[in-house]
Design a protein around this ligand. Structure first.
Ligand SMILES: NC(=O)c1ccc[n+]([C@@H]2O[C@H](COP(=O)([O-])OP(=O)(O)OC[C@H]3O[C@@H](n4cnc5c(N)ncnc54)[C@H](OP(=O)(O)O)[C@@H]3O)[C@@H](O)[C@H]2O)c1
Length: 245
């Protein structure tokens, strides 16, 4: 049975991705920085009839928590097939480039960038044991530098000095990681779930968590001929599904 670890899966898009991967027969390690919330989410999925799911306590902004999660997972399975780096924070709505505090920017980068790197490095050995490992880095359409310089883009005015640069940096890391793993069975991609109604944006987004999670799941289920080192975004590129970086 294939295994997946999803960070920040106790609610919203990550939680729905857990549900959809359970529907696809995966064993889900449901990451949550608060174990009680993770257990609640697992209880809900079990009540829906899914048995192959358990919580893993993991705070991606805390190195000791990541190390403990890696040790715990290593006791449970010798192989991890899929890692979905989903946990992310916005860092507040207004982020002017001239005044956003460095502490806010660092806090956002700690979770959205350094957290992803630390989790990926911690679990890469378990992923290498899979015959077809997949890494899904949950980015945002707002991480596209090309589109941020295009005045005709629908999100052109949605600028910010912490969140947007954090997702651009995550995209850059995704390319570097995919390059290093290019001659292996790994598929490493950045996936924008689209502007989605969740707690993240006070439910202002037009998209559903079902559609958002389906974008993540599609990248998790890529076959051997599937792409690697891509920036998937139906929101930025409805026709091709591939966003410019
Ligand atoms: N919603 C959108 O419109 C949208 C658009 C583009 C991209 N995204 C991206 O999609 C991902 C999920 O977003 P969402 O809308 O589902 O957000 P959300 O509703 O705010 O949920 C975020 C999840 O991440 C967890 N999390 C935050 N910091 C964490 C940390 N340090 N360690 C572990 N878990 C942590 C939260 O845990 P707690 O419950 O403990 O807070 C929660 O489970 C994010 O990476 C976001 O940037 C979202």
């Amino acid at each position: 049975m294939k295994t997946v670890l999803i960070t920040g899966a106790n609610r919203s898009i990550g939680f729905e991705a857990a549900r959809q991967l359970l529907q696809n027969g995966y064993y889900v390690y449901l990451g949550s920085r608060d174990l009680a919330k993770g257990q609640q989410a697992v209880d809900q999925l079990k009540a829906e009839g899914f048995a192959q799911v358990e919580p893993i306590e993991i705070d991606v902004a805390d190195g000791a928590s990541i190390a403990a999660a890696r040790a715990a997972l290593g006791q449970k399975t010798p192989v991890l097939d899929v890692l979905i780096n989903n946990a992310g924070i916005l860092g507040g709505m207004e982020q002017p480039a001239t005044s956003t505090s460095l502490s806010t920017i660092k806090e956002v980068f700690d979770t959205n960038v350094f957290g992803v790197i630390a989790v990926t490095q911690a679990f890469i050995d378990l992923l290498r044991q899979s015959p077809a490992p997949r890494i899904v880095n949950v980015t945002s359409g707002l991480g596209s530098l090309t589109l941020h310089n295009d005045p005709s883009w629908k999100y052109y005015a949605v600028k910010g000095a912490a969140y947007q640069p954090s997702k651009a940096a995550l995209n850059a890391y995704t390319i570097m990681l995919a390059y290093e793993l290019r001659d292996t069975p790994f598929k490493v991609n950045a996936v924008d779930p689209g502007y989605t109604a969740t707690d993240f944006n006070h439910h202002s987004g037009p998209g559903s968590v079902q559609d958002a999670a389906a974008c993540l799941v599609k990248a998790a289920l890529l076959g051997p001929d599937g792409p690697t080192s891509q920036f998937f975004s139906d929101d930025n590129a409805p026709e091709t599904g591939i966003s410019p970086w």
